[in-house]
Design a protein around this ligand. Structure first.
Ligand SMILES: [Zn+2]
Length: 453
């Protein structure tokens, strides 16, 4: 072979090698810029009729079904080989902390997903099953009923496990967009009704595949799911909204989260027509956002999770508890039994509570905060004013629904959300003043840490 021909062939091979190298690098760069997402949905309607949660006044278990209740999961992965994120939406009254802790630990072990990357949210429907947590003590259940509740909780945990596994299996390249809409039916329910603060915003996260087909829609609204108070399983307005969106986008799973709607009710209420109508209104609000120009999110995501120690104002004395046990109503009696059990187990009533605060940052702009408990609207308004109205979302009822979380204003005013609801959650007393600043300061520190990462 003449030297020049040999040189040409060598040059060609080097050129081919370089082209391969560049295209491989480009492919990798493209992949590394791409979100991956997976979604799943599974039924969590109890297989048999059992006690319902949300209202203390019910005297009997469920006896029918309007539509199924679901667990819905989105798994998001900003970069290949980086830890995944899980968003779990439940058509349930709450998230028992034991369930959240146990499942999160399992997901960490099985899938390498750290606690800060897992958000468990619920719709707070009042037409779902009783769960194995403190709120169920407000129900007139006997030992047999409690056993059924605990058996359901185990079955439910298994359903969540399998939904999470399916969402992870479903991971594929995706595009993620966000936007905000509005919907008007939430009303501040504290007296004088309709005059207190509200937040009508509807945050929306759209998950599409590379072709643009919508795979998932995550959306929120700050309002109680208490349109209905019937004896049949139903996701209330959020249940209707999710099903309506899943009809509209047949390839998609629609996942609801409750915002800081603890002092907000859908008013007027108590008819099926109103419930379906609120579901449709919310679905249309989400569709309007999905159709409009949503902001694409760069494929970066990070999270923080910690518990902050909140304090109850005071421990009831043994005499006070015994008086409630003797003279109180059914709720007081159950409350008193639980306080006495705490006294006997630990020698004292625990006055601190490990309250969960979580923050996610998506792309360069979206801050998504998740707070435990039934959080009043003041928190969302304060955090959004502080951190940016359009780019801050606040999920309430997340990771642990232990009782109401009043703002300093609501705590001072008292009433249901500030004071009288605490007995239904078996808490020793009202919260001690200062909780609002404690929570907001932890959120701020998480946001600061995520921004400097
Ligand atoms: Zn509530």
């Amino acid at each position: 072979m003449p030297f020049s021909t040999f040189f040409d062939s060598q040059a060609r091979m080097i050129a081919i090698f370089l082209v391969c190298l560049i295209s491989c690098a480009t492919l990798e760069a493209q992949q590394s810029e791409t979100w991956h997402a997976g979604v799943s949905r599974d039924v969590i309607t109890p297989p048999e009729y059992m006690w319902m949660s949300g209202y203390g006044g019910r005297k009997a278990p469920a006896d029918g079904k309007i539509h199924d209740l679901y667990v819905r999961v989105a798994c998001l992965q900003p970069e290949p080989k980086t830890p995944k994120f899980l968003f779990v939406s439940l058509d349930l009254v709450g998230v028992p902390v034991e369930m959240a802790t146990k499942l999160s630990a399992e997901f960490a072990k099985l899938y390498g997903i750290p606690r800060e990357n897992i958000m468990l949210a619920c719709s707070h429907t009042h037409c779902g099953p009783a769960l194995d947590h403190d709120l169920s003590w407000m129900l007139a259940m006997d030992d047999k009923d409690w056993k059924q509740v605990r058996d359901y909780q185990k079955w439910l945990n298994d359903r969540i496990r399998s939904a999470v596994k399916n969402a992870i299996t479903d991971l594929k390249p995706a595009q993620i967009h966000y936007g905000n809409g509005t919907c008007g039916f939430a009303t501040n329910r504290r007296p004088p009704i309709g005059e207190g603060p509200i937040d009508h915003s509807v945050p929306v996260l759209r998950i599409s595949d590379k072709q643009g087909t919508i795979q998932g829609v995550i959306f929120g609204y700050a309002c109680h799911n208490t349109t209905l108070g019937i004896q049949q399983w139903c996701g209330d307005y959020a249940g209707f909204a999710q099903l309506n969106l899943e009809d509209t986008y047949p390839d998609a799973v629609a996942m609801f989260f409750t915002g800081c709607g603890a002092d907000q009710n859908p008013l007027p209420r108590r008819t099926m027509e109103l419930c379906e109508k609120y579901g449709r209104l919310l679905s249309v609000a989400v569709q309007d956002v999905v159709k409009e120009s949503m902001q694409p999110l760069a494929s970066t995501m990070s999270g923080r999770f910690e518990t902050v120690s909140l304090e109850f104002a005071e421990a009831p004395t043994r005499e006070q508890i015994e008086l409630k046990l003797k003279n109180g109503d059914g709720y007081d009696k159950n409350w008193a039994k639980n306080q006495l059990a705490d006294l006997e187990d630990d020698g004292k009533i625990e006055l601190t509570y490990a309250y969960p605060v979580q923050t996610w940052r998506l792309g360069d702009e979206l801050t998504w905060i998740a707070l435990g408990g039934e959080v009043v609207i003041d928190y969302a308004l304060r955090l959004k004013a502080k951190l940016g109205n359009e780019s801050t979302w606040v999920t309430g009822y997340a990771n642990d629904v232990m009782c109401y979380i009043p703002s300093e204003r609501v705590l001072k005013e008292g009433g249901y959300e500030g004071a009288t609801s605490m007995r239904y959650y078996q808490k020793p007393s009202v919260w001690k003043a200062g909780l609002e600043d404690k929570i907001v300061n932890v959120v701020q520190s998480q946001v600061d840490a995520l921004k400097t990462e």
